[in-house]
Design a binder for this molecule. Sequence first.
Ligand SMILES: [Zn+2]
Length: 252
Amino acid sequence: MWLLLSLNLAGKAAALLLGWSAPAVALALWFGPDLLLAYHVFAPGAQGLVRMHRRFATPRREVWLTLDDGPDPEDTPQILALLAAHDARATFFLIGEKAAAHPGLVRAIIAAGQEVAHHTQTHPAANFWCASPGRVARELDAALAALRGAGVTPTRFRPPVGIKNLWLAAALRARGLTAVAWSARGLEHWSGGAEAVATRALRGLTPGAILLLHEGPRVPTAIRVHAIRRVLERLREQNYRCVVPGPEQLVN
Ligand SMILES: [Zn+2]
């Protein structure tokens, strides 16, 4: 983070020094570091501000299925049944305020042997990039309290739509949270039905992949739960198991 900020300030200072003598160069020096910083804030796989794991190490045909934006009273029970039927494990990245509204669903996820993880308190996708240190702390601590109230202390975190900010890395470290991105996602709002979503989630499938799918009302009705079912079926056809990797496997 400090390298990115120093580059940014140095660029601004150099641009001011050059001033009118070389306007094109000054413009590039002024805005170039901004673009670099923006890339590390907004690109889900960028590592400059927060270490985001995108794969895990495994010698076996294993993937990590991660499900965001729950819990949801309609979807979560169906997904738990699907996972049980496929002998699959998954991690549910839960939104704190939804977890607080449905603590029974959080307990059901834990009772089913699945992992509960942290996906902020309110899912502030539009403005998380510019959240103040206080706002970041509130998003983290409120969701931690909601999840602890339901009986679990999460160790994994995913920011809303993968967007980071300047304060996130230190805030996660202080709370013992590891950030997890993904290697492939279903992109449920793109074109096509459940089959197309499954195809996107399984594109370039190799051992150690981290797959991202969603639950809840923001997913188009025709795709809800069905896309997850198709992913599980297609993984089984290809002899892949869904596992939750240990912290020592998160090296990528
Ligand atoms: Zn989300």
